[in-house]
Design a protein around this ligand. Structure first.
Ligand code: NAP
Length: 247
């Protein structure tokens, strides 16, 4: 029996990268999926991979930073699936530049998707989970939210906010058997990181004790653990998945 057998899991930003890997790993462990991204048609490859594993995939458009869009997606998910057992807040963006050059728009855009998006989905799905008297929320933060990074003031603040939000939600919803935990990935090979200059990548690699960049699946496996019964007594925790960076 899979770690999340028979559960319904909603994953945001599931079209590619870490979100897609999380959705596929949850399906491999027995869950049916609700996949959300800005456009439903971007989710077709992820959905096909999930169906190939014999699980169901419902594809819904949702802009995580927009309350109406989030509420509509969650209502449709409940209509089609009846419940939501697992929520993975994964959608995220970067707009990197040094503080002196960072525009108000760069700040707002990153906070809106990474932090407000996590709040909006957690609020909407949290209501469903509280009624069910059970659920697991997993938020994708970042190691940068713990240690900071030059050129990423907006991103670091958003991910530190996600960590604080996770702990507060864990305290608020624990009495209804709803758990909330966060994963803080280090450097993971995805479209988000492929844009970085080679010398930055070299500097990063030198800081990773395990000597390699992470793969989306490295994060996905930890998410499955936090989403399933194996972690039944964990809430409000942050697991760093970074090859030993920042111990
Ligand atoms: P990615 O490859 O850029 O994928 C992110 C996904 O989220 C994309 O499909 C993206 O759609 C979607 N998205 C963006 N804005 C959205 C919105 N407003 N509403 C709904 N979906 C939206 O990124 P990734 O590397 O897989 O990152 C996934 C998560 O892990 C993020 O929260 C990121 O901060 C975190 N993380 C990544 C790393 C890393 O090294 N890669 C490290 C630490 C944490 P588009 O195609 O429109 O962009």
């Amino acid at each position: 029996m899979g770690a999340v057998e028979g559960k319904i899991a909603l994953v945001t930003g599931a079209a590619r990268g870490i979100g897609r890997a999380i959705a596929e790993e949850l399906a491999a462990e027995g869950a049916d999926l609700v996949l959300c991204d800005l456009k439903a048609e971007w989710l077709s490859e992820t959905a096909a991979a999930i169906q190939a594993k014999g699980r169901k995939a419902v594809c819904l458009p949702a802009d995580v930073g927009n309350g109406e869009s989030v509420d509509a997606a969650v209502a449709e998910a409940v209509k089609q699936c009846g419940r939501i057992d697992i929520l993975v807040n994964n959608a995220g963006i970067t707009k990197d530049t040094f503080l002196a050059r960072m525009s108000e728009q760069d700040w707002d855009a990153v906070i809106n998707v990474n932090l407000k998006g996590t709040f909006l989905f957690t609020k909407a799905v949290g209501k469903v989970m509280m009624k069910q008297r059970g659920g697991a929320i997993v938020n994708i933060a970042s190691i940068i939210g713990l240690i900071g990074n030059a050129g990423q003031c907006n991103y670091a603040a958003s991910k530190a906010g996600v960590i604080a939000l996770t702990k507060s939600v864990a305290k608020e919803l624990a009495s209804r058997n709803v758990r909330a935990n966060a994963v803080a990935p280090g450097f993971i090979d995805t479209k988000m990181t492929e844009v970085l200059a080679d010398d930055i990548k070299k500097q990063m690699l030198a800081l990773i004790p395990l000597g390699r960049f992470g793969q989306p699946r490295d994060v996905a496996r930890v998410v499955v653990f936090l989403a399933g019964e194996q972690s039944a007594y964990l809430t409000g925790q942050v697991l760093t998945v970074a090859g030993g960076m920042a111990m």
